[in-house]
Design a protein around this ligand. Structure first.
Ligand code: SF4
Ligand code: SF4
Length: 243
C-alpha cells in the first residue's frame, strides 16, 4: 500500500478509536538532539507517529484545590488515558507491521532509570516535531486545542510516512503563569531551544523532591512515583476550556 494511503487509514482508525491528535515526525531532522538521549533503538528509526489524547477539564480545573481526593482522581485519569493511548499505539504498530514495516511503540508513561527522569524518547519532542504543538516554558507540549491538558504516545517506525512540519514559534508570548505558580521553582522560564538540554529550562529533580515533601505534608501517598502536583498543567491559559 502506498505511504499516503497507509497514513490516511492509520489516521482515520486512530481518530475513530477516540484519539484526538495525530501526526508524523521526521526524526532525521532531530537526530543531533535525539542522540543526546543515547538510545540506540531510537537511532534506528527515521519516523515517529505521535498520538495525543486530551484530559478532562472537570478534573484539571480542580487541581488547584490541593485536595488528595482530586489528586488521586488525577492519577487515575492519567492511567486511563495512558492505557487508551497504549492500546491504540499497539493497533497502529500492528497495522504497520502487517504492511511489512518495523515498529517500536513507546509507552505513554515510561521512565528508563531512577537517575534519569525521562524515558526512551521525549513524547513531547516527537509531538512538537509532528506539528501538534510547541514546547512551553513549562517544558510541557502545549497544543492549540488542549493547551498542556493532553498526553502522548509514540510509535517509532521505518515506514516512509509523510512527515508534518514543526510549529516554527512558541505561542507562550509574555505569559509566565507556569513559572510563577511552580512551588518547586523548577522552571527557569527560558524559551525552548532544541539544541539546549532540558536542564537549562527545567529541574526535574526539584519537581520530584517537592512532590515527595508535599506527600509528607498532606499525609497522603500518591498512588505512583510518576504522580506530580500538576499545577503547571492546571494554570496554563492555553488549556482553559473555550466557552
Ligand atoms: S508538577 Fe508541580 S512541582 Fe512539578 S513542575 Fe509542575 S508545578 Fe512544578
Ligand atoms: S502557562 Fe503560559 S508560559 Fe507556561 S506553557 Fe502555558 S502559555 Fe506558556
Amino acid at each position: 500500500m502506498k505511504a499516503d494511503r497507509l497514513w490516511g487509514e492509520i489516521q482515520n482508525n486512530a481518530l475513530d478509536k477516540g484519539i484526538d491528535l495525530v501526526g508524523v515526525a521526521d526524526l532525521e531532522a532531530a537526530r543531533p538532539y535525539l542522540d543526546k538521549q543515547g538510545q540506540e533503538v531510537v537511532a534506528s528509526f527515521p519516523r515517529a507517529i505521535s498520538l495525543g489524547l486530551g484530559l478532562t477539564h472537570g478534573l484539571i480545573d480542580r487541581l488547584g484545590s490541593r485536595d488528595p481526593a482530586v489528586l488521586a482522581s488525577y492519577f487515575n485519569l492519567y492511567t486511563t488515558v495512558n492505557q487508551t493511548l497504549d492500546r491504540v499505539a499497539l493497533l497502529v504498530a500492528k497495522k504497520l507491521e502487517s504492511e511489512g514495516y518495523k515498529t517500536f511503540p513507546v509507552p505513554a508513561s515510561q521512565s528508563l532509570l531512577p537517575d534519569k527522569l525521562h524515558g526512551l524518547i521525549s513524547h513531547k519532542l516527537v509531538a512538537h516535531l509532528a506539528g501538534l504543538g510547541w514546547i512551553g516554558k513549562s517544558c510541557l507540549l502545549v497544543t492549540r486545542r488542549f493547551g498542556p491538558r493532553v498526553r502522548f504516545a509514540t510509535i517509532l517506525t521505518n515506514a516512509p510516512l509523510p512527515a508534518n512540519s514543526a510549529l516554527a514559534e512558541s505561542e507562550c508570548g509574555k505569559c509566565r503563569a507556569c513559572v510563577d505558580i511552580c512551588p518547586a521553582a523548577a522552571f527557569t522560564g527560558r524559551p525552548f531551544k532544541p539544541e539546549e538540554d532540558r536542564e537549562m529550562r527545567f529541574d526535574a529533580r526539584a519537581c520530584k523532591e517537592y512532590t515527595d515533601s508535599y506527600q509528607r505534608e498532606l499525609g497522603y501517598q500518591f498512588p505512583s512515583s510518576s504522580t506530580v502536583c500538576g499545577l503547571c498543567v492546571y494554570i496554563c491559559p492555553k488549556g482553559r476550556r473555550k466557552e
